[in-house]
Write a protein that binds this ligand. Structure first.
Ligand code: CMP
Length: 140
């Protein structure tokens, strides 16, 4: 295994319910380190750009509306096998299918308001981290 970095977003449903600290505790308890973090209000253009891969999907418009409906917390996470580790910690996209103890099982409201995003590959992690953070903002 190798030390990797992955991009996490704590979504508006979670910031609205004041869950940033509880979610960060799950992340840290899983052995991942939060090496960069900022709370931001995404612009529509930023949200559309981030999810551009989904732009042909039926849910794209609602997804963008949701992601700009409140603040998000963007984070770079570091650890052994961080991409796969964080996907396990998050649980399935649809909280109805998420395993016990995962962030989405504990906190998500629906497939859209599912509390967190995590990169799906090491290649996308690098792209997504650089979408939000300059190298100087990441302190390992
Ligand atoms: P995320 O990991 O942020 O990547 C794309 C997001 O689209 C996903 O989490 C879901 O929150 C959201 N989404 C909304 N509706 C759907 C759907 N029907 N299928 C998959 N993802 C959906």
């Amino acid at each position: 295994m190798a030390v990797e970095r992955t991009l996490s977003i704590i979504k508006p449903d979670a910031t609205r319910r004041n869950l940033t600290g509880k979610i960060n505790a799950v992340i840290e308890d899983a052995g991942l380190r939060i090496v960069a973090q900022k709370r931001v209000a995404l612009t529509r253009a930023q949200a559309e750009g981030f999810y551009a891969v989904h732009k042909e999907r039926s849910f794209f418009g609602e997804l963008v509306d949701f992601m700009i409906s409140g603040p998000v917390v963007v984070q770079a996470l570091e650890g052994e096998n961080a991409v796969a580790t964080y996907r396990e910690v998050m649980g399935a996209t649809n909280p109805a299918n998420a395993d016990e103890g995962t962030i989405r099982k504990q906190f998500a409201e629906s497939i859209e308001a599912n509390s967190v995003h995590g990169s799906d590959s090491l290649e996308n992690a690098a792209i997504e981290i650089s979408y939000f953070f300059a190298q100087t903002e990441i302190v390992g």
